[in-house]
Design a protein around this ligand. Structure first.
Ligand SMILES: *Cc1c(COP(=O)(O)O)cnc(C)c1O
Length: 367
């Protein structure tokens, strides 16, 4: 059996270091914010090449607080990808603002900079690209549109820890960058966790206050904030795992290269990587019109696979559900119908990836 993602192996590999980190926090008697959180924030800001990092309770809050810090509220519009995990849209809706979907580039799954201008109105405040599956979006092109219209840019980097755009790590290309440290992400905690990076001291300060009840000094509240703090126990775990992130991403990249080589002539649509992109390979996503049959075949061979994501946000009941008539985001709908994520992670063996590829080749040959 080849699991889609082995969640226990990362702990087994780092057991001693992780146990020591957790025990350090447990025995310290200090359980909210404090030096463990500050140490991780400093380390992650340095890693990303960003001026500041602010830990939050999860990735959705990181997005939401970043939008709040940029004064996004009722009546405002935020440009979002039509194909993304629903958290991207929800962060906008939670501000009382409206997510305005824009279709992706079909070959890279990322926000198409050439379609953004048509979606901009007088109410548009922010462009919110997602580095989907760990592949960076075309930031220079997106930033050029933002500059032309005086808009801010918030990046959803929940899948892109360590990814590089034109040689520079994701983390401070736009005004603010939101991160998730959900356990299954490339840099994952042992529970929910998130954070924001930015070069702006002003935005960093606003987010820092917002995540802690709108308070800078205990019991003095300057704004109606939230309780969204990164737990010290996760901060200690993340300090350990950050040191292994590049090595683990390199293992993912090697497996991805193997898949790309072995699946070249199978009729599957493979991920296309622009020359300026170095993905974090959070997911290895293939596409095929007979996706269900392929998934059944893999299942029979004992290979785990998942669909990211089976229903696009605009068809979710949360956003009005399936509407009659024309589908306004057919690319997002097609992707939802055709994509399949293959097993990939730092603890997948090369021989296992080869077995997965062989199973797919056999299926393609029999059709
Ligand atoms: C995981 C994820 C989020 C949300 O992160 P949580 O920590 O689960 O709240 C947001 N956007 C994308 C693209 C994600 O993959």
């Amino acid at each position: 059996m080849i699991p889609f993602l082995d969640m226990k192996a990362p702990y087994e590999e780092l057991r001693e270091e992780l146990d020591a980190a957790v025990n350090r926090v447990v025995s310290s008697g200090w359980y909210i914010l404090g030096q463990e959180v500050e140490a991780f924030e400093q380390a992650f800001a340095d890693y990303c090449g960003a001026g500041h990092c602010i830990g939050t309770a999860n990735g959705l809050d990181a997005l939401h607080l970043a939008l709040r810090a940029m004064d996004v509220g009722p009546g405002d519009e935020v440009i979002v990808p039509s194909n993304t995990y629903i958290a991207t849209w929800l962060s906008v809706s939670q501000c009382g603002a409206t997510p305005i979907p824009v279709e992706p580039i079909a070959t890279t799954y990322n926000l198409d900079p050439e379609r953004i201008e048509a979606a901009i109105t007088a109410r548009t405040k922010v462009i919110l690209p997602v580095h989907l599956y760990g592949q960076p979006a075309d930031m220079d092109a997106i930033l050029a549109v933002a500059r032309k219209y005086g808009l801010r840019v918030l990046e959803d980097a929940a899948q892109a820890h360590g990814a590089r755009y034109k040689g520079r790590r994701v983390g401070a290309h736009g005004d603010v960058v939101a991160w998730s440290f959900y356990p299954g992400k490339n840099l994952g905690a042992l529970g929910d966790a998130g954070g924001v990076t930015t070069d702006s001291a002003e935005l960093a300060d606003r987010i820092r206050v917002l995540r802690n009840y709108g308070s800078r000094v205990k019991y003095v509240n300057e704004s109606q904030g939230y309780n969204s703090r990164l737990d010290p126990i996760h901060a200690a775990v993340l300090q350990v795992k950050l040191k292994h992130l590049d090595a683990w991403n390199a293992r993912r990249a090697a497996l991805a290269q193997r898949y790309i080589r072995e699946l070249a002539d199978t009729g599957l649509t493979l991920p296309e990587v622009p020359s300026w992109a170095e993905p974090s390979w959070h997911l290895f996503v293939v596409a095929h019109p007979q996706r269900e049959a392929l998934q059944r075949q893999l299942d029979k061979a004992g290979v785990g696979s998942l669909i990211h994501y089976p229903i696009p946000p605009h068809k979710q009941e949360a956003y009005g559900g399936e509407q009659d008539g024309v589908d306004r985001f057919p690319l997002a709908s097609r992707m939802a119908n055709e994509v399949l994520s293959l097993p990939l992670g730092p603890h997948l063996q090369m021989s296992q990836a080869t077995f997965v590829a062989e199973s797919i080749r056999r299926w393609a040959g029999e059709r």
